[in-house]
Design a protein around this ligand. Structure first.
Ligand code: PBG
Length: 327
């Protein structure tokens, strides 16, 4: 590009229409996936204190919210369950009457044309709060795989549209694909949380999902935030094992990782704009330190610009509302 005064960068920023014409990144409600926290309790909706606007809710409220999400033009929800009882193997996650299975059945029955994704992990269902089976004080990778495969089949039987394993076990995608295929669910896609970091930005979620580990932390299975090449390796492994969509999580401190994963694979890339990223903006806005709407839109566009094809975000409804008015 030639230099000033032949070139003036400001020419293409001179009006809203001009800026729209040259904009490189587009965002729409179609890009969003909205998370819901479903509890086994009856007819209850409790706001999560650290996540204003998000709720722990019973299935009837979740059905109503799914309908609202659909009417905003958002194509998908992802479900997290808060079970009645937790045990060492997280049995509510794979039993037919588990909270997520019940929620999937109800939502699929009552809301037309919305994709129901189920988070596939054990941490919300185990008494120890870890994402797998504990043996000798450690999460046993290979024992956990059998359970993950069972959970996937239970979710598929309930009518789920996509399963989303988030436990960062080695071989999880392969085990789940095998389990689904053996049970004739060859058409159910796997959205793998392939590059999931051990992050302090999950704090508010763990309150919401009641999934804080009772001892230790998740650093022996979730990734170290100092690494990016490793995230690409993890994504490529999942592609080989049969993932249909790969994910980077969290999103905001990991825009470089989203970019790299996007370059390295031809599969759709999802990014999870996690609870702490949501709460930071909500909190700063409450204090009057940030303008909530514009900060939210800037963050969502940045994630898209980095290369995400879809964004899991607690802002989905709010942002879809704004995009509807703008378009
Ligand atoms: C694990 C899971 C976590 C999130 C989604 N799935 C938390 C964790 O690993 O502790 C975090 C989502 C968020 O913070 O918004 N099942």
């Amino acid at each position: 590009m030639s230099v000033y005064p032949i070139h003036r960068g400001r020419r293409i920023r001179s009006s809203k229409q001009m800026r729209n014409l040259v904009s490189e990144t587009h965002l729409s409600a179609d890009d969003f996936i909205y998370p819901l926290f479903v509890t086994h309790e009856k007819h209850i909706q409790k706001e999560i204190p650290s996540m204003p606007g998000c709720y722990q809710e019973s299935i009837d409220y979740a059905v109503a919210e799914a309908q609202e999400v659909k009417e905003l033009g958002i194509p998908a929800i992802i479900l997290f369950g808060i079970p009645k009882t937790k045990d060492t193997t997280g049995s509510d996650a794979y039993c037919e009457t588990g909270v997520v299975q019940e929620a999937i059945r109800e939502i699929k029955k009552r809301v037309k044309d919305i994709l129901v994704i189920a988070d596939l992990c054990m941490c919300e269902y185990t008494s120890h709060g870890h994402c797998g089976i504990i043996d000798g004080g450690e999460v046993d990778n290979d024992k956990t795989l059998e359970y993950l495969s069972q959970i996937a089949v239970a979710q598929a039987k309930a009518g789920v549209d996509i399963v989303a394993p988030s436990g960062m076990m080695d071989g999880m995608v392969k085990a789940i694909r095998n389990g689904l295929d053996k049970n004739n669910f060859t058409g159910i896609p796997i959205m793998s949380y392939s590059s999931k970091y051990s992050s302090s930005f999950y704090g508010p979620f763990r309150d919401a999902a009641e999934s804080t580990p009772q001892f230790g932390d998740r650093r022996s299975y979730q990734m170290d935030y100092r690494n990016a090449r490793e995230a690409v390796a993890e994504a490529l492994t999942d592609v080989e094992e049969g993932a249909d969509i790969v994910m980077v999580k969290p999103a905001l401190s990991y825009l470089d990782v989203i970019y790299r994963v996007k370059q390295a694979t031809n599969l759709p890339v999802a990014a999870y704009n996690v609870s702490g990223e949501y709460s930071m903006i909500k909190a700063a806005a409450r204090l009057g330190w940030l303008d909530e709407q514009s900060a939210m839109m800037e963050v969502l566009y940045s994630i898209k610009r980095a290369g995400a094809d879809m964004i899991l975000t607690y802002f989905a409804k709010q942002a879809a509302g704004i995009l509807k008015i703008r378009n």
